[in-house]
Design a binder for this molecule. Structure first.
Ligand code: BGC
Length: 644
């Protein structure tokens, strides 16, 4: 019940924020409190006062960083003071770094807020321009880079296309379209100028009780390897900085080992993975593919491997990733994750351990300035070798140089395929991927495809909700249902119901939503699902549709559909293969839709047979939570029906 409240609290807060245009918002560690610091005011000012075009006094093409043009990353690094180098090694959150801080310190990077977004691509360009102007005004004059999580489209910007989540892409298993999605996401990112993308998540999720299951393509490392490689290739060729995550074994964490937090809600997230050498190699192979695909950065996992937190795992970060595997990009820590390093009990000690383990930049939303100071102290006290700092900064500078930031810090000259976000072309791509990702689980009596002339009673809490269909990492960190927002979370998105209404004439369907007329229908289309969540917020012991995070209205809708006595076609909109054992025999057809994103007409297209079902499970489906991880699977990877 506590958890129930937590879901609601996070979302109600999110909804409240959606109503206002704010820059400073909430922070993950304390998602129930709003942080409105001086940063907010100054950033808001920046948005209104700084145009996307040049506010800089330099002539076009000439910037203070032009002094570095002919220098190598090593030479640039050598020209910086220790304080300036340490500033490059930290990444604060937008709500805590203000423009004055940037002008004074020239921080290496800033990352996006994790709560409600109201900004357009143009707004982001202006915000980023303002920070850049201040970075270039600083003594170091090294361009900063803006990072964010476009894990299924540019989710921190309005009017973008929200693609299906990775779990859908695994079910679609279409390498070519996944590559094209990488290109498309890169293109929409470039329109915002937030060019460092913390994606793809290459977790090989093993346990559906994990709240990040939907961020994983598959439980099969080969599928993850193939698809993540294509996505990264698309991102990189599309001109953004990719950041595969989370190195490594984040998806192999064991249920019950979740990292402790104040509310004890992490059942599995950030836990421990016990892996054999052979299993470790399979994980590393995925990162080898990422490096080959051109990944310029890699994020470390919050989790631990065989008892050692990855953020302090010098062997795998330095000896293996940077050494044996030859990765010469930037290693980034995850959100405040160095705070959980076990080898020290204060942040200074943890900072020193993290840097010495081989982490080049510290994602420290609030404590960036302290960490900068600890790096300086670490060097001055002989606890961090100056060469380690030089290596980190050289990597950071090389990444920025290769991204073109030294030549074109405001990214004014970058080319994009589309002139604005949310293009029809990218919507078509997202829709195609979504269609390919829907898995037909059961189809007794050939209930599907819908026959011409059918009268359909459409019911259930997932029928008409863009927030539920998009899931976590959509406009807010956890995502939020439309029912809480009080309107569509994604304005231009199509819901399942919208799609049916659109196709109704062509297929001579009658769509009934009024319960009092339900008995006139030929079939019931029952749409159930999960409440959106991210990370540990989605950890669930039972993954039963009628318990959290199943939508509260699921149970009533399931019962009502049963009572109507018509054939039931059930659509499940969820981030994992939820337990449905007690209901499945009552349902004539079942379609697993996962989190298909903003193009919800994909569902009507396959239900009518306009498009065919090609999706196959990329993760096993268990009939109860106690069977997870055993060979006793209800359905295995590769399962999926089609129409005869
Ligand atoms: C997540 C990462 C994400 C980062 C920044 C972390 O808590 O684990 O996947 O990239 O936050 O939002």
């Amino acid at each position: 019940m506590l958890k129930n409240k937590k879901y609601r609290a996070v979302s109600i807060l999110a909804a409240a924020f959606l109503m206002v245009s704010c820059i400073g918002c909430t922070n993950k560690a304390d998602s129930s409190s709003s942080v409105t610091s001086g940063a907010s005011e100054s950033d808001s000012q920046a948005v209104s006062e700084t145009s996307g075009e040049s506010q800089s006094s330099q002539p076009e093409g000439e910037y203070s960083c032009s002094k570095y043009s002919s220098m190598t990353p090593e030479e640039i690094t050598a020209s910086l003071t220790l304080e300036q180098k340490a500033a490059q090694m930290v990444q604060g959150a937008i709500y805590s770094v203000n423009n004055d801080d940037m002008a004074e310190q020239c921080y290496g990077s800033i990352l996006s807020k994790n709560d409600p977004v109201t900004e357009t691509a143009d707004d982001w360009t202006k915000i980023i321009d303002a920070y850049q102007e201040n970075a270039l005004r600083s003594d170091a004059a090294v361009p900063f880079v803006y990072g964010q999580d476009s894990v299924h489209g540019v989710n921190y910007c309005i009017d973008t296309v929200i693609f299906p989540h990775n779990i859908n892409l695994g079910a679609a298993n279409d390498k070519e379209l996944t590559y094209k999605m990488g290109l498309a996401v890169a293109d929409e990112i470039r329109l915002t100028k937030m060019i460092w993308n913390f994606a793809p998540c290459v977790a090989v999720s093993q346990d559906p009780r994990w709240g990040r299951t939907y961020e994983s393509y598959s439980s099969d490392p080969q599928i993850v390897n193939d698809l993540a490689g294509e996505f990264t290739k698309g991102l990189v060729e599309g001109g953004v900085i990719a950041c595969p995550k989370h190195f490594f074994a984040d998806g192999n964490v064991k249920y019950g080992t979740g990292e402790s937090d104040a509310e004890n809600t992490r059942l599995i997230d950030r836990g421990d993975a016990s892996l054999s050498e052979e299993e470790i190699q399979k994980q590393l192979d995925i990162y080898r593919t990422q490096i080959e695909a051109g990944a310029q950065s890699i994020m470390i996992s919050h989790s631990s491997l065989n008892g050692v937190k990855m953020h302090e795992n010098a062997h795998y970060i330095t000896d293996v990733l940077k050494g044996e595997m030859g990765f010469n990009g930037v290693v980034l820590s995850d959100w405040e994750s160095i705070h959980n390093i076990q080898g020290a009990d204060d942040l200074k000690g943890q900072t020193i351990i993290a840097v010495n383990a081989g982490i080049d930049m510290l994602m420290e939303p609030d404590k960036f300035s302290e960490c900068q100071e600890y790096i300086i102290e670490g060097v001055n006290e002989g606890l961090i070798k100056p060469e380690r700092v030089d290596d980190a900064v050289t990597r950071i500078i090389a990444m920025k140089k290769n991204a073109g930031l030294f030549d074109d810090p405001y990214l004014r000259n970058i080319k994009t395929q589309q002139s604005a976000t949310g293009s029809e072309e990218y919507r078509d791509l997202a829709r195609k991927l979504a269609e390919e990702s829907l898995v037909l689980i059961k189809n007794d009596n050939d209930t599907l495809p819908l026959k011409k002339g059918t009268k359909i009673f459409v019911t259930g809490p997932a029928a008409d909700d863009t927030g539920v269909a998009c899931g976590g990492w959509t406009r807010t960190w956890t995502g939020v249902p439309d029912s809480i927002v009080g309107g569509k979370l994604i304005d231009k998105a199509t819901t399942i119901l919208d799609g049916l209404n659109e196709i109704a004439d062509e297929y001579d369907l009658t769509i009934i939503t009024d319960e009092s007329q339900a008995d006139q229908a030929d079939i019931t289309l029952l749409c159930v699902g999960e409440y959106p969540y991210a990370e540990w917020v989605g950890d669930s012991a039972s993954i039963n549709l009628t318990e959290e995070p199943g939508l509260t209205e699921n149970e009533e809708a399931i019962d009502a559909a049963q009572k109507l006595g018509k054939p039931v076609v059930t659509l499940i909109v969820a981030g994992r293969n939820v337990v449905i054992d007690e209901f499945k025999d009552n349902w004539d057809s079942i379609v697993m839709c996962y989190l298909f994103g903003s193009e919800g007409d994909c569902v009507a297209n396959v239900l009518t047979g306009k498009s065919s079902f090609t999706g196959k499970l990329a993760m096993p489906w268990y009939s109860s939570a106690d069977k997870i991880g055993t060979d006793d699977k209800w359905l295995d990877i590769g399962y999926g029906l089609n129409y005869k």
